[in-house]
Design a protein around this ligand. Structure first.
Ligand code: FES
Length: 162
């Protein structure tokens, strides 16, 4: 069964009700935003308004949290999210060139989604895998010891399995 937006909202509200029962409901905001993103794919303005009303948290605070963490998406995203690590260890090993190669290959800038909605490109600061720098993450999977050619080969594999 495909979940409709009404079903999703109902599920989000049930989740928020559980969070409200916890000792510090305000500290549940990040978990609620994760839940909303898992349901809708990104954090819509209307969803954040729903959270604000339901949890009695100012919308401005929710926006602040949502924009602070790079893993929250404020726009619709593609099927796969590519995060290019630009932390120091990766940067000195050529992460900037890898990022440029991805931009050229996909014809998008950071923060954008390809027209076919397959990839969204993001930057990240240290993905916790400096030992295998330079690193990119596609969805939840980390790929290390990359160069421009290896990275493009990797993207082509993802393109093929669509
Ligand atoms: S700097 Fe890239 S994984 Fe740490």
């Amino acid at each position: 069964m495909v979940a409709t937006d009404d079903n999703k909202l109902q599920e989000l509200k049930s989740y928020m009700d559980i969070c409200k029962e916890k000792e510090y409901p305000d500290s549940q905001l990040i978990a609620i935003l994760h839940k909303a993103q898992a349901l809708y794919g990104y954090l819509k303005r209307e969803t954040m308004d729903e959270i604000a009303v339901h949890m009695n948290i100012p919308t401005a605070h929710i926006w602040g949290v949502a924009t602070f963490y790079h893993y929250f998406n404020l726009k619709p995203v593609g099927k796969h999210i590519i995060s290019v690590c630009l932390g120091t260890a990766c940067y000195v090993k050529g992460a900037g060139k890898i990022l440029d190669a991805i931009k050229r290959h996909l014809n998008i800038e950071v923060g954008e989604t390809t027209e076919d909605k397959i990839f969204t490109l993001q930057e990240a600061r240290c993905l916790g895998a400096c030992g295998i720098a330079p690193v990119i993450m596609i969805d939840e999977k980390i790929y290390g010891e990359l160069n421009e050619a290896k990275t493009i080969e990797l993207l082509k594999k993802y393109e093929k399995i669509q």
